[in-house]
Structure formats: structure tokens, C-alpha cells
Design a protein around this ligand. Structure first.
Ligand SMILES: Cc1cc2nc3c(=O)[nH]c(=O)nc-3n(C[C@H](O)[C@H](O)[C@H](O)COP(=O)(O)O)c2cc1C
Length: 160
């Protein structure tokens, strides 16, 4: 794809509104890793499977794709600052001053999220310049907070 086509592709896909999530895992030892994603989607109900796509060029790629378990925090409408932090801050300082708790496996779940899932890694498949990570959901929870939305490069919220 030439550069013009690539920009067009990003612009077109940016007009598909999504939620925003942070995928987190605990690496060997105790280091915690997390990345903002909007490639999160459900795949299967039985068994319960979800997927996220992680950029192979991301510093966190190997940590997230080799983790045996990971957590997904679906961001709430007042968490745009968290979305920016987990996309732009250096991986080493992303969790500074961010409230989180460990899921049963220790994967970080961000406090204040609209919903969360804990997953066992079920497979990692190549997807061009991304890796497609399939997760089997082993625990989950939700709140009554509204979700953060992403559309055409801007954050928003659901208006009912
Ligand atoms: C709204 C939004 C959605 C994003 N979605 C994804 C995604 O689905 N997959 C991905 O790999 N990066 C995604 N990114 C970019 C990563 O958050 C960003 O590149 C991050 O810094 C990569 O982590 P790294 O520091 O480990 O390289 C998204 C960023 C934003 C702001």
C-alpha cells in the first residue's frame, strides 16, 4: 500500500466509531505493561473469546503477546486522559499515579473502567504489521459508567 492509500485507509477506518480499552499484562517478575487499543472485539460466545491487535513495532508487543494471561479495561467516558497516557507516555511510567488492581492472575485492571475482562492467551496470529491476540475470557465485570468513544481521531461519549 503506498503512503496515500495508507492515509486513506486510516481515515476511513477512523470513521468506524469504537470504544477504547487498555490491554495490560504482568511480565515475568513484576513489571506491568499496558497499551491503549481500539482493535478490541468479541469473537465467540461459546467459548468466550475476544481479540486485540498489537502493533509489532510497539515496545510492549513482546510482553503482551507472550503473556499467558492479560486483562482488558474498557475505558469509561471520563478516562480520555488514561487513553492518551497509555498511548503516549513511555511504557515505564504509564502506571505512575494510575489506580489499578491485580486480577486473579495479577494482570492490571484499571480502576474506574466501564468494564473489564481477564483472559488466558488462546493464540497469537500474524496480522500484517500487527499480531492478533486471541483471549479466552476467564473473569469479567462491568459498572454503570458510560464508555469512552473514539471517532475520527477524537474522543467522545454516548449521548442517549
Ligand atoms: C484511541 C487509540 C487506539 C489505539 N489502538 C491501538 C491498537 O488497537 N493496537 C495497537 O497496537 N496500538 C493502538 N494504539 C496505539 C498505541 O496505544 C501506542 O502506539 C502505544 O504507544 C504503543 O505502545 P508502546 O509504547 O509499547 O510502543 C492506539 C492508540 C489510540 C490513542
Amino acid at each position: 500500500m503506498n503512503q496515500l492509500d495508507s492515509l486513506q485507509f486510516r481515515e476511513v477506518m477512523g470513521r468506524f466509531p469504537t470504544g477504547v480499552a487498555v490491554v495490560c499484562a504482568r511480565a515475568h517478575g513484576s513489571a506491568v505493561w499496558g497499551v491503549t487499543v481500539n482493535s478490541f472485539t468479541s469473537v465467540s460466545l461459546d467459548p468466550p473469546l475476544i481479540l486485540v491487535c498489537i502493533d509489532r513495532a510497539a515496545a510492549s508487543h513482546d510482553k503482551l503477546t507472550t503473556a499467558q494471561t492479560f486483562a482488558v479495561s474498557v475505558l469509561a467516558e471520563d478516562q480520555a486522559d488514561i487513553a492518551k497516557r497509555f498511548a503516549l507516555e513511555p511504557p515505564e511510567t504509564r502506571f505512575d499515579d494510575v489506580a489499578w488492581r491485580g486480577a486473579s492472575d495479577g494482570s492490571p485492571v484499571l480502576e474506574g473502567a466501564a468494564a473489564w475482562l481477564e483472559c488466558e492467551t488462546n493464540g497469537v496470529m500474524p496480522g500484517g504489521d500487527h499480531s492478533i491476540v486471541l483471549g479466552r475470557v476467564i473473569a469479567s465485570g462491568c459498572s454503570d459508567r458510560g464508555a469512552l468513544l473514539f471517532f475520527a481521531g477524537a474522543y467522545g461519549r454516548v449521548v442517549t
